[in-house]
Design a protein around this ligand. Structure first.
Ligand code: PEP
Length: 266
């Protein structure tokens, strides 16, 4: 039986005082649910203060990215052990806002966002391995853009993203992982993937993992949906067999909305 994981990706939002206020509010408003893990992923500057507020609660702390080296001349980067050191247990890897598909025209998407950080399937794989070695749980994001969906190449592309992310990782480690199916066209747009379709793609991710590592491993991997999840659509999405939780951006910035999404888990 997989536990649900409801995770808030706060992106580049909230000053430290606001982040602390939000977790204090969350501590008061989150419903008690036995089968749900709740995670918040603030900016790096708020990790330590937020961790202090989370002491004694069941809310987990996550980060929004990680580098694959442990230390050295890597200006601007953060290592897995630095995250561990402040109490982080999960890390988002390969979010579409960090991935760059150089050479692929993206007419439907703001290039300044998609191509900012040049994340590739290879860097996602390196980061996932480094995070696992440090004892962090990666949340690996995969998903297609609108043009890829229109072209009818989404399934192949997502299976490829999954395979490349898992290259060289043992079945034992894969079982600990979380995947997030995040259709790029649904992120921050208010447009949600229809729940049956989200369920189908999450199933595709699981069967791709099964093909590589077998059913015992794939049954343990948690697969979230992410893309404009909110209180009004959460129940429908989270009721689906293949959806084990949500990665939530906008709606995680309001304690009431995030709590309502946690409450939507049956
Ligand atoms: C996200 O950033 O992972 C996300 C799903 O954002 P939103 O919920 O705002 O679409």
């Amino acid at each position: 039986m997989r536990r649900y994981l409801i995770a808030g990706n706060w992106k580049m939002n909230k000053l430290t005082s606001e982040a602390v206020a939000l977790v204090n509010e969350l501590k008061r408003s989150l419903p008690a649910k036995k089968n749900v893990d709740v995670l918040v992923c603030p900016t790096y500057t708020s990790l330590y203060p937020v961790k202090s507020v989370l002491e004694g609660s069941n809310i987990l702390l996550g980060a929004q990215d990680v580098f694959w080296k442990e230390s050295g001349a890597y200006t601007s980067q953060i290592s897995p052990s630095m995250l561990k050191d402040v109490g982080v247990t999960y890390v988002i890897i390969g979010h579409s806002e960090t991935r760059g598909r150089f050479g692929v025209p993206e007419p439907d998407f703001d290039e300044t966002i998609l191509k900012h950080f040049g994340e590739s399937d290879e860097t996602v794989n390196r980061k996932a391995k480094a995070a696992l070695s440090a004892g962090l749980i990666p949340i690996i994001c995969v998903g297609e853009t609108l043009s890829e969906r229109k072209e009818g190449i989404s399934d192949g592309l997502i299976a490829e993203q999954v395979k490349k992310a898992l290259d060289g990782i043992s079945g034992e480690d894969v079982a600990k992982l979380v995947f997030a199916y995040e259709p790029v066209w649904a992120i921050g747009t208010g447009e949600t993937c229809e729940s049956d379709e989200a369920d189908r793609v999450c199933h595709l991710i699981r069967t791709t993992i099964e093909g590589l590592f077998g059913s015992a491993v794939c049954e343990q991997v948690r697969i979230q949906y992410g893309g404009s999840m909110k209180p009004s659509n959460a129940k429908d999405l989270l009721a689906k067999t293949n959806i084990d939780g949500g990665l939530i951006g906008g709606a995680s910035l309001k304690a009431g909305d995030f709590s309502a999404i946690v409450d939507a888990v049956e």
